[in-house]
Write a protein that binds this ligand. Sequence first.
Ligand code: FAD
Length: 220
Amino acid sequence: MPPLDGAGAADLLVVGGGYSGLWAALLARQADPGREVLLVEAGTCGWAASGRNGGFCAASLTHGLANGARRFPEEIDELEWLGRANLAAIGTTVAEHRIDCDFERTGELAVAVEPYLLAGLAENAALARRYGQDVTLLDREEVRAEVNSPKWSMSEYGHQAVVWQTAVNPVVALELLATGAWSGAGVLGPEALPPRPFLDLLAGYGSPWGMEERSTGGTA
Ligand SMILES: Cc1cc2nc3c(=O)[nH]c(=O)nc-3n(C[C@H](O)[C@H](O)[C@H](O)COP(=O)(O)OP(=O)(O)OC[C@H]3O[C@@H](n4cnc5c(N)ncnc54)[C@H](O)[C@@H]3O)c2cc1C
């Protein structure tokens, strides 16, 4: 978009081209197509938080109902209602403007990754039901049917293929410390220790290393 050069005039000035500003400008024009809306952005539209988030679209405006009910007991009814209306409006707007962003109403899945978290899940489910949400409690196998996370198999030795790249580095480092190939006093990062024994042992564990120069055809 062109930079604002000189003085601009409009019925409505929107500052910032993130989700908030862009959607506000869109709504303002929809409400009154004759209204002149000027949106100014200091950088590039969507460069900030709106262009780098995780892409999760949840209805809750309070990072979860339990958190909201605890912190805003007086306002939580309205916050919940607004959150649901907001999510529905996102869906409608995406469809109406044919925005190609893979928007899907999938529902949410909260998972207890340790047994002590199970009670909290059940409490949250009960709370959500009180607020009219449709909640199902799944057991381990039912969750695995939804998301086959390696988290379950990581605790069993011999089933760690998925996390090999994460696990092998500390294994190599610990072995070097145990054999004395790496040693030192104080708290040291891996950069402080000689790389060659690490790389040799890494190759010994079946993870060979190397460097390859690739040309992109460009210059730098
Ligand atoms: C790493 C990360 C992950 C996230 N993940 C999620 C998620 O999964 N789900 C979710 O719902 N939310 C998530 N969020 C939050 C969500 O992205 C933000 O709440 C949302 O994008 C905020 O939008 P915004 O338009 O208010 O702000 P921004 O996207 O930050 O836009 C503000 C814009 O205003 C411009 N601006 C500021 N001052 C001026 C000025 N004086 N003149 C001109 N322009 C100006 C800035 O340049 C910027 O472009 C995440 C945020 C981050 C950072």
